[in-house]
Design a protein around this ligand. Structure first.
Ligand SMILES: [Zn+2]
Length: 212
């Protein structure tokens, strides 16, 4: 295990997942795995990326999220879904880092900073730090067509998970974007449809990312 790996592992053990990659890299590569490229969630990911890039620019920070790079039904798609179910079911209770469940090779091969699976399963969404590349594996649940405002909820869920990859942690309760647990009623209460960031979120972003 290299020293860098050890550092990363310790950060993960402390529960303070570090933002992806080196601090001075300005663009995070976002790879999105999807079964069908017509999936409406791809548009929500694009919206969430725009939200973050606007927010980061407003804060005067140099980091940006890249345009979506689509991986449509890539090799190993099924094992990546299985790994997502495994992590989701054991969320918070699996050993992380090198001793945790190992991601399938096909997930590793996608590379990038963040690999986001738009899952076919109704799983609990998560952002899971990995050792090496990709730095984070994010999984987003399937669409719940009968749920009112599901599109608005999903957009905020996606922005929330991307927030973790930028170094943000949960705000206990309430109705902020990084809430955990969250009050579902809060979504859509703002005119632009995005839940708000707290002062603590903003100072964490400033702490983790360099200014322009
Ligand atoms: Zn969360």
């Amino acid at each position: 295990m290299s020293l860098a790996h050890l550092g990363r592992l310790l950060i993960v053990i402390l529960g303070l997942s570090s933002p992806v990659g080196a601090q001075n890299r300005s663009e995070r590569q976002i790879i999105v795995i999807v079964a069908d490229e017509g999936d409406p969630r791809v548009g929500y990911v694009r919206d969430a990326i725009m939200f973050w890039n606007r927010t980061l620019a407003d804060l005067g920070l140099s980091v940006r999220l890249s345009e979506v790079e689509l991986a449509v039904a890539p090799r190993g798609h099924r094992s990546i879904e299985t790994f997502a179910r495994f992590v989701s079911q054991r969320g918070g209770r699996v050993p992380k880092g090198v001793s945790g469940p190992q991601p399938p090779l096909e997930l590793r091969e996608l590379g990038g900073d963040v690999v986001m699976l738009l899952s076919v399963q109704p799983l609990l969404p998560f952002a899971w730090p990995l050792v090496g590349s990709p730095g984070y594996f994010v999984a987003i649940r399937s669409v719940q067509a009968r749920r009112p405002n599901d599109n608005e909820v999903l957009r905020n869920v996606i922005a929330h998970e991307l927030g973790h990859t930028l170094g943000l942690i949960h705000n206990r309760g309430g109705a902020s974007l990084m809430c955990g647990p969250c009050s579902a009623l809060a979504v859509g209460s703002r005119p632009d449809g995005w839940l708000s960031l707290t002062d603590r979120d903003r100072s964490r972003l400033r702490q983790f990312h360099s200014s322009r």
